[in-house]
Design a binder for this molecule. Structure first.
Ligand SMILES: Cc1cc2nc3c(=O)[nH]c(=O)nc-3n(C[C@H](O)[C@H](O)[C@H](O)COP(=O)(O)O)c2cc1C
Length: 268
């Protein structure tokens, strides 16, 4: 199998997946593969090019991934042997994603060529420790490079589904439902510090699911359907948004805010 064109669909909340995807793209391009990058949150599964190899990159959330990423995967069109691979980033344990996604894409006629989970710093309850963070990122990038190389050489694989993953998948689905419940949205609410906020509106752009709106006073309003990807809190240029999951108010970001905003603007 030789990859000529690759359409890489990805989402990154706090920059870990972005770093991994960028590293993989660098390797693919080095081997002459033409790569198009797409943001999952702005893409329609039905419009994907089935003649290209498809890549999926996303973070683990609650043992699997965010609902809008699931929806993108579940809505992929039927095809006849389109190559597809996935990569996810995580803090430590997932269990409910590699198997279930493989089942979904196989049923739709895709040819699953590789799946890889790459440990990166956990962005939730992040305990700042620069040296450990740096080491984890460096290790993650080495894994990304190896994985991309294995895909190019046709040596990657997307393993058989262990029974356990179906169980974990259902636990995860329940957790994701609870996350969107009124109770959770009320008590685990992202907060805006009106002293710090300069009403730039970037948080509205950053939110992948349009959960943030500009209010009458031009301060951001949380519409209470947050998926807790932490993107707004991580990349608010004024650091004005706090999340209940930030350890002692410390926010994780894998790349500088300016870099993230620039990159996020640039891609399709
Ligand atoms: C709401 C939420 C849930 C998470 N759940 C898990 C999890 O179940 N298992 C895990 O290993 N990491 C979990 N993490 C950590 C992230 O998967 C990890 O830090 C990931 O690399 C973040 O990628 P990103 O920076 O591209 O958003 C979670 C993070 C968040 C914000």
């Amino acid at each position: 199998m030789k990859i000529e064109n690759l359409d890489f669909y990805y989402f990154s909340g706090t920059g870990n997946t972005l770093l991994i995807v960028k590293k993989m793209v660098e390797i693919f391009e080095k081997y002459g593969i033409k790569v198009n990058l797409f943001k999952i949150e702005d893409s329609n599964s039905n419009e994907i090019n089935l003649n290209h190899t498809i890549g999926l990159g996303f973070p683990i959330a609650e043992l699997s991934t965010y609902d809008f990423v699931w929806n993108f995967i579940k809505d992929l069109p039927q095809t006849d042997n389109t190559d597809i691979f996935m990569v996810d980033t995580l803090g430590g344990f997932s269990g409910g994603i590699v198997g279930p996604v493989r089942e979904i894409v196989k049923k739709k006629g895709y040819h699953p060529i590789g799946a890889k989970e790459i440990i990166m710093p956990s962005n939730i309850f992040y305990i700042p420790d620069k040296s450990t963070t740096k080491k984890k990122i460096a290790k993650g990038l080495i894994e990304a490079e190896r994985y991309a190389n294995s895909i190019i050489k046709g040596e990657s694989n997307w393993g058989r589904v262990p029974l356990l993953s179906d169980g974990v998948y259902y636990i995860s689905r329940t957790a994701l439902k609870l996350t969107h419940s009124n109770l959770s949205q009320k008590y685990f609410c992202l907060d805006v510090d009106k002293e710090k906020c300069n009403k730039c509106g970037w948080c509205v752009e950053l939110c992948p699911i349009k959960n943030i709106q500009i209010g009458k006073d031009r301060f951001p309003v949380n519409l209470r359907n947050c998926c807790y990807c932490l993107r707004c809190t991580s990349f608010c240029p004024k650091k004005a948004i706090s999340a209940p999951f930030n350890f002692k108010g410390k926010t994780y970001r894998a790349v500088k805010t300016e870099e993230f905003l620039k990159f996020n603007q640039k891609i399709i």
